[in-house]
Design a binder for this molecule. Structure first.
Ligand code: FAD
Length: 386
């Protein structure tokens, strides 16, 4: 087995898999180092929402470019990503209605199928949803959710078919330099060499950055998720919903409804911490909020809970670009929203590495240099917490 490649990708999550897929399609020799197994990090625990409603244009464009992969997965990647079209609804408080309208107009300009709907439409779409507090919402009829582990495995399998080597149960313990440039990695399975290394290590990415002397502001974000049985009176399905007024999102999965909360997600814990148990009080808060929005869920029951860690940055936007020694690339810090943009982000990363610049989407705003330059990314929604 070769230990020499053109590009070494650290991390077998959906981003590492997507980068490998796009590089391998162009004939690049890639080795992916994964300390556990494909999808062992945030990807395998992700809620998998696939929607385009973002409040920055670069994110919306990445999500929209990625969407064609989710819709045509078998043709574009092969295998399955489990995409289920449910429609997506963005709910906001009254003070955010103007921003919602501006965002939706921006999305329409990009070409995203989305429009504004009022209370009557909301009641028709989700008869069991309490919407008295909602004046207007954004609706994406084509959106839904996918299965992140399936998506990552399908991308990785397709990359492997094109020659990528996946090394699992292999931790990167050091990054090798020669003449100040990237030369490879030191791992628990020996040395591997390549002139380019990509840090796609999710919640663990800061450790990799430090191996090359990079001190970027980078933390971890722990996120709890609850699955509830839906009572049969609630119907066979419902759209995926982000509910800013209740700081919550929810989506169906068969006869279950998955619920996550936007607030009280612990930051800067050790990413090797307990991702199998949710924080104390989470279930009570999540049940209370889903029953507030969907009162019929009072007749439902708790199915299960789980948790996961992602990397987070000070502006809660990804780090995508170059920094540190020549040959070092970053695709990390996805701050809890990175699954749905992975197909296009991997494509942009392959363009950046092979062509010197991303062509599919302008990803320059995500540059790691923005922290030192004081150019933090600012979304249109201000303070959804109040
Ligand atoms: C509970 C939860 C729900 C989420 N819900 C959504 C959602 O609905 N929609 C959405 O778009 N996003 C969501 N996200 C965010 C999304 O899942 C992540 O942004 C995305 O999966 C990140 O992918 P990644 O490949 O960057 O990182 P990861 O999937 O974390 O992969 C990083 C990999 O690197 C490996 N690794 C770490 N250190 C080393 C090392 N030293 N050597 C070798 N390998 C190493 C890890 O084992 C891991 O497999 C959610 C996240 C969580 C935690």
């Amino acid at each position: 087995m070769s230990t020499t490649a053109d590009v070494i990708v650290i991390g077998g999550g959906v981003h590492g898999a997507s980068i490998a897929f796009h590089l391998a399609r162009r004939g690049t020799k890639v080795i992916v180092m994964e300390r556990a197994f494909v999808g062992a990090g945030a990807t395998g625990r992700s809620s998998g929402l696939v929607r385009m409603h973002y409040d920055t244009e670069a994110d919306a464009r990445l999500a929209w470019e990625s969407f064609r992969y989710f819709q045509n997965w078998n043709e574009m990647v092969g295998g399955t990503c489990g995409f289920t079209r449910t429609g997506f609804i963005q709910l906001v408080k009254t003070q955010h209605v103007e921003t919602l309208k501006r965002n939706t107009a921006m999305h329409q300009r990009i070409g995203i199928p989305t429009f504004l709907i009022g209370q009557d439409d909301l009641k028709r779409l989700v008869p069991h949803m309490a919407v008295d507090d909602v004046e207007v919402a954004a609706y994406e009829p084509e959106s839904g959710y996918a299965m992140p582990s399936d998506a990552a495995n399908a991308l990785m399998n397709a990359a492997r078919e094109k020659g990528t080597r996946l090394v699992q149960n292999c931790s990167v313990t050091g990054v090798l330099l020669a003449g100040g440039k990237i030369a490879g990695v030191q791992t628990t399975q020996g040395e591997f060499s390549a002139p380019f290394v990509v840090n796609a290590a999710g919640a663990w990415a800061d450790r990799i950055n430090r191996m090359v002397g990079l001190d970027l502001p980078y933390g971890t974000w722990k996120h709890d998720v609850m699955m509830m049985w839906r009572p049969k009176e609630a119907g066979v399905s419902h759209p995926a919903v982000i509910d800013f007024p209740n700081l919550m999102y929810f989506r169906p999965e068969g006869g279950l409804t998955l619920v996550g909360l936007e607030d009280a997600n612990p930051q800067n814990e050790d990413p090797d911490g307990d991702a199998d148990h949710v924080s104390e009080g989470f279930v009570e808060r999540a049940v209370d909020r889903i029953c507030r929005r969907m009162p019929i869920m009072e007749k439902g029951g708790l199915h299960s809970t789980h948790s996961g860690y992602d990397g987070i940055t000070p502006d809660q936007h990804a780090i995508i670009g170059t920094a540190g020694p020549e040959g070092f690339y970053l695709d990390c810090g996805h701050s809890g929203t990175g699954f749905k943009i992975a197909p296009a982000t991997g494509l942009c990363m392959s363009e950046l590495i092979l062509d010197g610049a991303a062509r599919t989407v302008d990803i320059s705003v995500f540059s790691p240099k923005r922290f030192a330059e004081g150019k933090l990314i600012k979304g249109n929604y201000e303070n959804i917490w109040q």
